[in-house]
Design a protein around this ligand. Structure first.
Ligand code: FUB
Ligand code: ZN
Length: 676
């Protein structure tokens, strides 16, 4: 690890995304998701499960008021307070907590997305709404800094008594991420100060010192949030707490056993007991991605942050091992992770079923967080390739092309009848949903998409890294000299990119350009390979004294690539997936008719590329001559018959980008297609 080479994302205020593709996604988030989400947070969406998020903050704030009046004579409601069922009469709710116990995070993800969005599109009205929401949230904070409505409303005696299940530190993490984002966008620090006070309260209760709880989050995210708080405030105590959380995890005796001794009896074997929470082993001994997938990648992101900031080689080595295991043995071609719906978790190596896949949108988003953090430590295109794969495929599939509905689960094969009738596939929805009772994914897409440029670029003192290609303008400076860049890009449909420099005076710096793993024969200003510059770990380094008006023309040819999985992936044997550039394709019933399992893509298939659109969104469609297996001649009503070489009808197969599936009503979909 070379700390001198570490890089950081550019401030969102210094990068404007102008890209046709990503700007469209960002505008969907700004115009559709953020306003809808605000209505959802306030329980104003007819027919949708109420969130109760803002309501809970208001109730907590009101209780605080009352408590102040009564000089703390408040008596908590009875414990245990489990998930509150939906009340029958929504007009006469009691002053108590409703909803999932991590509903506070709905607000936090919203405010984070709002912050990012304001950097690209100032909107005084939205900012005023956000400020009012922040006032409501801050009024709920206890004098001591604690801020989680579930416990504030229900039972303050139980604060931090169930770190494993009850998401207090998860809500803290999201609150902090939102607070930093909003501060960076607007300069307003009310929420940031609230997050700091909460962080201070947490470290007065949990930590290595005598008398404090030796716990850590049951659902990770606080680790990376504390690092953000440290980077924003410069307060090392936040980095120390993050490091404590990372290093304490999985140590013996298990903290989760200590906090709730009853668990020990219920649990499995020692090492399996807390694998769901990645707390089965100390993190440096972990080498396989296990357990709940979102939790896992949030942890790994925090580990990478701590490794970078402390120069910790062994922690980085653990991140590397986990990265390799996850991306080489447990990741779908779409960048989806977490193959099983049982525990929303990773399955065993090479177990990647297509039609029961879980591949939660949030998990792929967490994978992008992890990838960017690994890139900050070391610019290696392995990380950026996966980041790009997840972004254009397993994540964008999570949102409809009109931004109005969402997938939580992202299967690689879907048969609507099975989704409706087969209990094993009830988690797989054949069409996107308006919202979810547990609404983690849509707001996560909102915060990722609206901060997309922080994944495209990072910089060190003298190097600007291009990890993704997207049209944008960047304001940088190197050695005190201003350098503005204008980037245009045809991604993801063509690989032509231009970079133009506008400098007040000549300046020395390096541009490091990622060479995508899917392209062969790339050129920069017409030069190929080593002739173009120095290539290291998948990046082309161009170090020179740049002049005003310098211009680069990059070409990363996008050709169709037919991919097969490792032969140990049982479900994919004898099947292939069609890709082009960063995009994974699929077949849909809307174009090909039903019973997709009967279609065959011959080895020698030649593809035709066609500029087209799906629901008005420009795409490149692919077509190829293929086959459709005929029903063998057999006796009427017979289910089985003696095998005969099958006959086929010639058909034209149509492939569309995977992220655009299920935008034309309910129908079958398949990514991996039989081959011959
Ligand atoms: O537990 C909080 C969030 O809800 C998780 O990250 C998601 O997987 C969903 O279970
Ligand atoms: Zn989710």
């Amino acid at each position: 690890m070379n700390q001198k080479e570490y890089s950081s994302p550019l401030s969102l205020r210094k990068v404007q995304v102008t890209d046709d593709f990503w700007k469209n996604e960002m505008e969907l988030v700004r115009k559709e998701v953020i306003p809808y989400q605000w209505e959802a947070l306030n329980d104003r969406v007819p027919g949708a499960d109420p969130s109760f998020s803002m309501r809970n903050f208001k109730v907590a704030g009101k209780l605080n008021e009352k408590r102040r009046e009564l000089k703390d004579a408040y008596h908590p409601v009875k414990w245990p307070l489990e998930f509150q069922p939906l009340p029958e009469d929504m007009d006469h709710l009691e002053d108590r907590f409703y909803g999932c116990l991590f509903q506070d995070s709905d607000f936090s993800k919203w405010i984070e997305a709002v912050g990012y969005s304001l950097t690209q599109h100032p909107d005084p009205q939205l900012e005023a709404t956000a400020d009012e929401a922040i006032d409501i949230v801050c009024a709920a904070q206890l004098e001591n800094g604690y801020l989680d409505t579930y416990y504030i409303i229900s039972d303050q005696d139980k604060i931090f008594t169930n770190l494993k299940d009850n998401h207090e530190l998860y809500c803290f993490g999201h609150l902090t991420e939102g607070a930093v984002a909003y501060y960076q966008a607007t300069g307003k620090d009310k929420l940031l100060k609230a997050a700091e006070r909460y962080a201070d309260y947490i470290s007065s209760c949990i930590g290595p010192e005598e008398g404090k709880k030796k716990g850590y989050p049951g659902h990770e995210i606080a680790e990376m949030a504390l690092v953000r708080l440290y980077e924003q405030t410069g307060e090392k105590k936040y980095l120390d707490l993050s490091r404590f959380f990372v290093e304490q995890r999985g140590t013996r005796p298990y903290y989760f056993d200590l906090e709730q001794p009853d668990r020990v009896k219920k649990g499995h074997e020692e090492e399996e007991r807390y694998a769901y929470n990645q707390a089965h082993l100390p993190v440096r001994q972990q080498d396989e991605a296990v357990g709940h997938a979102v939790r896992a990648v949030y942890l790994y992101s925090g580990m990478a942050d701590v490794a970078r900031l402390t120069g910790d080689e062994s922690l980085y080595a653990a991140c590397e091992r986990l990265w390799e295991n996850m991306t080489r043995k447990k990741m779908y071609i779409t960048g989806g992770i977490g193959a099983t719906h049982i525990g929303e978790a990773f399955s065993f190596n090479y177990d990647l079923p297509n039609d029961t896949a879980y591949a939660e949108t949030c998990a792929s988003i967490g994978l992008v967080f992890f990838a960017r953090r690994m890139l900050q430590i070391k610019a290696d295109s392995r990380y950026a390739d996966v980041m790009e794969r997840a972004l254009y495929n397993g994540i964008l599939s999570g949102m409809a092309l009109d931004g109005k509905s969402f997938f939580y689960v992202n299967p690689l094969e879907s048969l609507p009848e099975a989704c409706h009738k087969d209990e094993r596939k009830f988690h797989v929805k054949p069409v996107r949903q308006k919202w979810f009772g547990c609404a983690c994914c849509p707001p996560n897409i909102a915060r990722l998409v609206s901060s997309i440029s922080s994944y495209a670029y990072t910089r060190s003192e003298d190097t600007l890294y291009f990890h993704l290609y997207m049209g944008s303008t960047l304001e940088c400076d190197f050695g005190g000299k201003k350098a503005d860049l204008r980037v245009t890009s045809g991604f993801p449909w063509n690989g032509r990119v231009t970079v133009e420099l506008k400098l007040d005076e000549a300046a020395d710096f390096t541009l490091a350009l990622r060479i995508p793993d899917w392209c062969a024969g790339w050129t920069v200003n017409g030069k190929e390979g080593d002739a173009a510059g120095t290539v290291k770990d998948g990046y082309l380094y161009l170090s020179r004294t740049w002049q005003d008006g310098d211009r680069l023309e990059l070409d990363f040819p996008m050709t169709v690539r037919v991919m097969e999985a490792d032969a140990r992936v049982r479900e994919d044997i004898g099947r292939v997936a069609v890709t082009r550039g960063p995009i994974v394709y699929c077949m849909e019933e809307a174009d090909n008719g039903g019973e997709l399992h009967r279609f065959v893509l011959p080895d020698e298939a030649e593809f035709t590329e066609e500029k087209s659109d799906i629901q008005g969104v420009p795409v490149v469609k692919l077509t190829a001559d293929g086959l459709r297996q005929k029903q063998s001649p057999k006796k009427e009503g017979e289910l089985y018959h003696v095998y005969r070489r099958p006959g086929y009808d010639a058909v034209r197969l149509v492939f569309i980008p995977y992220f655009t599936w299920a935008n034309r009503g309910e129908g079958e979909m398949q990514v991996f297609v039989r081959t011959k």
